[in-house]
Design a protein around this ligand. Structure first.
Ligand code: PMP
Length: 450
């Protein structure tokens, strides 16, 4: 069967679609945190279809609600009202702070971010949009200019008016890690410098100020995009208060602050429902997708009435955005997160997972860094800890393939593709975490023994 599928793949599917693993997986069934291939082999899914399956594959409650809606109404487009979109918009915005009340529904994160660019240009009248290096905001030709990893930016103009700024990465950033004026800040899971003591944080802000003063058209910036924790870029967490101070600077220069919560939203970081809440900021625009629909295509841009009204004079059209089926699924996902204590589970299981991974970091030379929050975890592999030289791709792949052969699927990312990414459905149990750690340890031992 696999050879037939491979044939169809090479003849009928665009080669730009990439698949994981030397022997690609042919999965045909999923239940909660588990996947089965066509031969009946079961895998623990620690990547959830790229951080998208939030409450579990084919979750029974979500499935029931989707089936009910399938029997009622699938589609209207926005030319008619329908109760599902109203129920969902109200429920979704009740999770957001401040005046973030107005939704525009789309079908993917890229569409949501495109829309956020458009809105901020309409609102501010400024064209230029800033992002951070190592970010990922989407794959439309428009957004390729914002997305700062060249794997995802190819032979197209880089997106006019889009500019990536600095790389506030405590592990690999230009200041070699966040430094505290008080004492060496041992940045591990995240920077914890005392107020006013984070030297690296100050340097990054000076850089941002430079960009705002010397690279932007005078006194003008449309918006600043940031993920609360960079996902595709390798689970990068910023120095403490960096985002808060960056937002203040952008606002001083008249720009809007956009939080891309495509990966970090819906309880993923454990301590908060939205990743930005962990930075003590309230954005002007929030974009979301992935975990929102638990795998069903659903995304949104949520903003304040003031910013949304800037679109009042324009008509914007998205045929499938906010369709009854996707809104029913989204609404049910919110119920499940609440009813099943999913966010708290991400916190408890994620904290345990991180502390066990730190033991692997202490025991193995190639585990350079362990970072993340809740069930958004990255493990960076290096040749040696002192130089942080990236581990060659074939070595990273051997650990990653070995884990798959032992029944655990994980993701990869980061600038050098050396960050192993653990972002499972958030129903993951403590027992699953223990099993995964044992498999991870065995894969590292196998690699070391080679
Ligand atoms: N923003 C972030 C932070 C993402 O991780 C992604 C997808 N990896 C996107 C936007 C784009 O989402 P989509 O693939 O649904 O267009």
């Amino acid at each position: 069967e696999l050879s037939k599928v491979k044939q169809v793949r090479s003849d009928n599917l665009n080669p730009a679609l990439f698949t994981y693993y030397k022997k690609p997986l042919l999965v045909h069934q999923g239940h909660m945190q588990w996947l089965w291939d066509v031969d009946g082999t079961r895998y623990l899914d620690l990547f959830g279809g790229i951080v998208t399956v939030s409450v579990g594959h084919c979750h029974p409650t979500v499935r029931k609600r989707a089936e009910e809606q399938l029997g009622k109404l699938w589609h209207t487009t926005n030319i008619y009202l329908h109760p599902t979109i109203h129920e969902y918009a109200e429920k979704l915005t009740s999770t957001l702070p401040g005046n973030l009340k107005v939704c525009y529904f789309t079908n993917s994160g890229s569409e949501a971010n495109d829309m956020a660019v458009l809105m901020s240009r309409m609102y501010t009248g400024s064209y230029d949009i800033l992002s951070l290096r190592n970010c990922y905001h989407g794959a439309s030709p428009y957004l390729m200019g914002l997305t700062a990893l060249n794997t995802w930016r190819y032979n197209v103009p880089s997106g006019f008016g889009m500019q990536q700024t600095m790389n506030p990465d405590p592990y690999r950033g230009p200041w070699g890690g966040a430094r505290c004026r008080d004492s060496p800040c041992q940045v591990q899971r995240s920077c914890d410098c005392a107020e006013g003591q984070c030297e690296a944080g100050d340097r990054y802000l000076e850089q941002l100020e430079d960009v705002l003063r010397f690279s932007m058209p005078k006194g003008k910036v449309g918006a600043f995009f940031a993920e609360s924790i960079q996902g595709v870029g390798g689970t990068v967490q910023f120095p403490k208060n960096f985002l808060k101070r960056a937002f203040e600077k952008i606002r001083e220069h008249g720009g809007l602050c956009i939080s891309d919560e495509v990966q970090t939203g819906f309880g993923r970081t454990g301590t908060h429902f939205w990743g930005f809440e962990g930075h003590d900021v309230v954005p002007d625009i929030v974009t979301m997708a992935k975990g929102m629909g638990n795998g069903f295509p659903l995304a949104a841009v949520v903003t304040t009435p003031e910013v949304a009204n800037s679109m009042g004079k324009a008509l914007h059209f998205n045929t499938y955005g906010g369709n009854p089926l996707s809104c029913a699924v989204g609404s049910s996902v919110l119920d499940v997160i609440e009813e099943e204590g999913i966010q708290n589970n991400a916190h408890v299981v994620g904290t345990y997972f991180l502390s066990e991974l730190e033991k692997l970091r202490d025991d193995f030379e190639i585990v350079g860094d362990v970072r993340g929050k809740g069930l958004m975890i990255g493990v960076e592999l290096v040749q040696d800890k002192a130089t942080k030289t990236p581990l060659p791709a074939e070595d990273v792949n051997s650990v990653w393939e070995d884990m798959k052969d032992m029944g655990v699927l994980i993701g990869k990312g980061g600038v050098y593709s050396t960050v192993l990414r653990i972002k499972p459905p958030m129903c993951l149990s403590m027992e699953d975490a223990k099993f995964s750690i044992a498999v991870f340890r065995r894969a590292l031992e196998n690699y070391t023994a080679k």
